[in-house]
Design a protein around this ligand. Structure first.
Ligand code: 8YV
Length: 330
């Protein structure tokens, strides 16, 4: 790596391949170890990285648990996550060791909301069923009753979590003439609710029982792990469709697959999974489920902006300022 070994530069270890322009800037600014082969680090690799680095730049594919944090050397003072969600980092353990954690919110909001809408359109309009038939050479021509789906206009969308991404989804849904509902721990200010013409439900079960579509847009925390468990999923109407672009673990995936299989839920659009990159085989067998490989923020624009946020977070931290996207300390 160019310019390594300069004792004044912080040692930064990046766990995955980032966009070239970000890696180049990292190399200019820091004593950086890049992962050009993009092979995920195993436990030993992560331990070695944290033992030696001043700053670790992980992603969602790295489990930074208490054991990894325990292996950190005295020098490790910052975990500058490339990504908004920090559920893969044991924050309590990091806090215990006085390690600062930052993330990259805001710059992937619109792209993730776009993907949410893409799934929300694809499932009821049976887009991928049609694609599959066409590519297999099985399309015999237009008929009045072929591949009929359902319209989304006028339907009710229940958004779980109404942070940046949830609101961006709400704005899009409103433009499609859907009725926006939401559940969140704390109700939004009236002006925000009014802008989206959104209806608030303090009780998630009450909301679920009334929706045509449900979109999950909350972070994964201890409280939201299996928030949609089997009992909750059973509250949905049989024609309801679930979209998840947040984290797989928020839904009990096995229960979801079972309920879709028996027709108790109409379908799902899933970008995230409980055991990524493994996909529950039951889901793979279902036609009314659209599955995408965790690509909510996968635009060049978002990934470069995420990298820029990482650079700024590291730089401000090193300069002894408060990094703009500090998650920890709270
Ligand atoms: C990222 C995401 O690509 O930012 C997030 O929380 O879910 C994804 O869009 C991934 O997490 C990068 O670490």
């Amino acid at each position: 790596m160019s310019q390594t070994g300069n004792r004044n530069r912080p040692k930064v270890v990046v766990t995955r391949k980032l966009p070239d322009i970000i890696e180049t800037r990292m190399a200019e600014l820091f004593d950086v170890t890049l992962n050009l082969a993009d092979k995920p680090l195993d436990k030993a690799g992560l331990k070695a990285a944290v033992a030696d680095a001043d700053v670790l730049v992980p992603t969602v594919t790295d489990t930074i648990d208490a054991e990894i944090i325990e292996a950190a050397g005295k020098k490790l003072k910052l975990i500058a996550n490339f990504g908004a969600g920090v559920n893969h980092i044991d924050l309590a353990a990091a806090q215990g060791k006085g390690i600062t954690v930052t993330n990259t919110p805001g710059v992937l909001t619109e792209d993730t909301a776009d993907l949410t809408m893409a799934l929300l359109l694809s499932v009821p309009r049976r887009l991928f069923e049609g694609e599959k038939i066409l590519r297999a050479g099985e399309w015999t021509g237009w008929t009045p009753t072929f591949l009929m789906g359902h319209r989304i206009q006028g339907k009710r969308l229940g958004i779980i979590g109404m942070g940046r991404i949830g609101r961006a989804v709400a704005r899009r849904a409103k433009a499609f003439n859907m009725a926006v509902h939401y559940h969140k721990r704390t109700r939004l200010p009236v002006e925000v609710e009014a802008e989206m013409e959104a209806t608030y439900w303090a009780d998630l079960d009450q909301m679920l029982a009334r929706m045509d579509f449900v979109s999950i847009n909350c972070p994964l925390t201890e409280e939201t792990h299996h928030l949609l468990n089997r009992d909750r999923l059973k509250k949905l109407q049989p024609h309801a469709v679930i979209i998840n672009t947040a984290r797989g673990e928020i839904i009990d995936e096995e229960a979801l697959a079972d309920l879709i299989e028996v027709g108790r839920i109409a379908g799902a659009g899933l970008d995230v999974f409980e055991a990524e990159p493994q996909i529950n085989p039951k889901l793979l067998g279902l036609d009314n489920v659209v599955l995408t490989p965790h690509m909510g923020s996968a635009t060049i624009e978002a990934r470069v902006a995420m990298g820029e946020k990482v650079l700024i977070n590291i730089r401000t931290f090193v300069d002894k300022h408060r990094p703009p996207d500090r998650v920890l300390p709270y």
